[in-house]
Design a protein around this ligand. Structure first.
Ligand code: DOR
Ligand code: ZN
Length: 346
C-alpha cells in the first residue's frame, strides 16, 4: 500500500485559539480537513451563541476565503449555562455541541463545571434537543493520580451521566486508556470517542526520554504502552464509534519550555500523515478512510465531505519549528522523518 486516496477527512476536536495565534495555525488544518469541531476554551470562553458566531467570523476572516474549510462551533459549559443557551445552540446550524470541561482539568478550564449535578436541566435540554455533549473526561480531584484521572472520571462521572441521560449524545474526547476504549465499546449508538494522533503514537516513556520533554506533555497525559496499543486497535478496527480528533493545541515554545509548561501538542501541521503513520504500525489501512473521513460525520449526522485527498508513502522531515507570535511553535515530531505525505487536495 503506497498511495491512499480518501474522502477529505474531518478533525472532530481542534484548538485554533484566537487572533493573532489563529492566523498562524488555521491553514494547517484547512489544508487537510474539510471541517473541524472548534474548541471553545478561549479566554474568556465561548459561552453563548453570540460568542460562537463572533468567533466563527474571526476564523473565516483568518482563512481569508482561501479554502472551503468549515469550522463547527461549540459552546463552553459553565455552572451558569442556561437551558435557553442550549435551546438556541441546538437551533443554530453553525453550533454542533457543548463542551464539558471539569473546572481546573486543563488549559482555560477555570470557568468550567464545578458540580455535574448543577447541570441537570442543561443535560436534559441537550438530551431533548439532540445537541452533542463533548466531554473532557478527567477527574479533577486532587487526590487522584494524574495517570488515573480518565479512569476515575469514567467510574465516578461518565457512567452516571450515561445512566441518568441515556439519550444524551456524547463524544468522549481524546481517549487515552484501554478502560475508555472498553467503556465506549460497551456503550450504544449515543456514545462515541475521538482519538488523537499523539495518543496513538507515543506512550508515557516519551515524556521522559533522556530528560523532560515538554513537547510531549498534553492532557489527558499519555499513558502506558498497553493503553496506546488498545487505542491503535480501536482506531484501526473500523468500529464506527471511534474517529479522528487531533486535539492539536498550540502553545508557543516559550510557554511549553518553562518551569511550568503548558499542556498541549501541536499536531495540526501533519495530522493526517501522523494518523497514517499510526495505521502503518499494524499495516492495515482497510478502515483508515472510515476513521478519518466517515465515522465522525456519521456520528455528528453530517454528510461526508465531497472532495478527496491523497497520501503517498514518501519520506519527509517535519520542520524544527513553525512561525508563531512571540516565539515559535514546535510541531509534534519536529525534525523527525515521517513516512506518509499529503500530496494533493482535489
Ligand atoms: O493538552 C491539552 N491542551 N489538553 C486540553 O484538554 C486542552 C489543550 C489546550 O487548550 O491547550
Ligand atoms: Zn482539546
Amino acid at each position: 500500500m503506497n498511495k491512499l486516496t480518501i474522502i477529505k477527512p474531518d478533525d472532530w476536536h481542534l484548538h485554533l485559539r484566537d487572533s493573532p495565534y489563529l492566523e498562524a495555525v488555521v491553514r494547517d488544518s484547512a489544508r487537510q480537513f474539510g471541517r473541524a469541531i472548534i474548541m471553545p476554551n478561549l479566554n474568556p470562553p465561548v459561552r453563548s451563541c453570540a460568542d460562537a458566531m463572533a468567533y466563527r467570523k474571526r476564523i473565516m476572516a483568518a482563512l481569508a476565503d482561501e479554502s472551503d474549510f468549515e469550522p463547527l462551533m461549540t459552546l463552553y459549559l459553565t455552572d451558569n449555562t442556561s437551558v435557553e443557551d442550549i435551546r438556541a445552540a441546538s437551533k443554530s446550524t453553525s453550533i454542533h455541541g457543548a463542551k464539558l470541561y471539569p473546572a481546573g482539568a486543563t488549559t482555560n478550564s477555570d470557568a468550567g463545571v464545578t458540580d455535574l449535578a448543577k447541570l441537570a436541566p442543561v443535560f436534559e435540554a441537550m438530551q431533548d434537543s439532540g445537541l452533542m455533549l463533548q466531554v473532557h473526561g478527567e477527574s479533577t480531584a486532587s487526590d487522584v493520580d494524574v495517570f488515573d484521572r480518565e479512569k476515575v472520571f469514567i467510574d465516578k462521572s461518565l457512567q452516571r451521566i450515561r445512566a441518568d441521560y441515556p439519550e444524551l449524545r456524547i463524544v468522549f474526547e481524546h481517549i487515552t486508556t484501554k478502560e475508555a476504549v472498553d467503556f465506549v465499546r460497551a456503550g450504544d449508538v449515543n456514545l462515541a470517542a475521538t482519538i488523537t494522533p499523539h495518543h496513538l503514537l507515543i506512550n508515557r516513556n516519551a515524556i521522559f526520554q533522556g530528560g523532560i520533554r515538554p513537547h510531549h506533555y498534553c492532557l489527558p497525559i499519555v499513558k502506558r504502552e498497553h493503553h496506546r496499543r488498545a487505542l491503535v486497535e480501536a482506531a484501526v478496527s473500523g468500529e464506527t464509534r471511534f474517529f479522528s480528533g487531533t486535539d492539536s493545541a498550540p502553545h508557543s515554545r516559550v510557554a511549553k519550555q518553562s518551569a511550568c509548561g503548558c499542556a498541549g501538542i501541536y499536531s495540526a501541521h501533519s495530522a493526517l500523515e501522523l494518523y497514517a503513520e499510526a495505521f502503518d504500525e499494524l499495516g492495515d489501512f482497510t478502515h483508515f478512510e472510515s476513521f478519518v473521513s466517515l465515522n465522525g460525520a456519521h456520528f455528528y449526522r453530517l454528510p461526508p465531505n465531497r472532495d478527496s485527498v491523497t497520501l503517498q508513502r514518501l519520506q519527509w522531515t517535519v520542520p524544527d519549528s513553525l512561525p508563531y507570535p512571540e516565539s515559535c511553535l514546535i510541531p509534534f515530531r519536529a525534525g523527525e522523518t515521517l513516512n506518509w505525505k499529503l500530496i494533493h487536495d482535489d
